[in-house]
Design a binder for this molecule. Sequence first.
Ligand SMILES: [Zn+2]
Length: 288
Amino acid sequence: MSILSTAQMQKWASLRKGQSALVSALLLFFGACQQGNAPVNELKPTIKNAPPKTIMAIFAHPDDETIVSPLLAKYADSSNVHLVLATDGRYGVTDHAGIPAGDSLIAVRKAETECACAALGIRPPHFLGAKDGLGLNGHHNFYEEVAQLKTAIKEKIALLRPTTIITFGPDGDTGHPDHRMVGLLTKEILLREGWATEIDLYHFGWLKEQTKKFPEDWGLGYTRAEYMNTAVRFRAEDEEKAFTSLRCHKSQYTKEEMDEWIAAERKDTTNILYFRKFSIYAKKAEHF
Ligand SMILES: [Zn+2]
């Protein structure tokens, strides 16, 4: 890589999105060989605007996908969209559903998430089988749960080979420790395995204004707008699919709660979700 000029490095970076490293390398090679003939520049607009080939959205619990579901519906038209859920949601007991913790609740929530994915038009969900709470609830060993989950996430990334990963940011949306852990483990794996240069990693976050449309007791985290480097717009039709998919999660929300949530979203017509793209700054510094 040291033989590349800064301009070539930038060209590399802008070309890489939406294609494999091998294709990028070939294009870059031919571009470098034929400077002035500009075959790369001719290709650039198409490639730059190409949607990700494979998106992996990884969250903690069945129903966590609701924070980004309009975008999953949007990209279902152009990308392979996979939803990966770390836990089986066995402890997500609610008064209105009355389903006890354990196998019966796991089965119900699995079916609800399959229903949600079908409504969004994405692939059937992947479950990594961790137990929600990851041991912090006292039912299991925290270190064992996290170690197993880390291996499971790594294997799923290796299998799906996503070009883009969407996950929680540092606030974990509601601050739930499972949410924070999934975001952290995913980033740790990309850094450890050397995949962070191949896979675009996006951390979801709300802007403060956006959190005001939801009940205060949800305790949503937020990020300053100036630190969000990616704003993705979705269409009304994507949002309609998201509403249909939300209604699948009957064990988690009453009809009234879902109606209120959908009404709040309908009132917000900005239809944009924000992310912070994780970037690798490779230039070495010698001081802080
Ligand atoms: Zn959750």
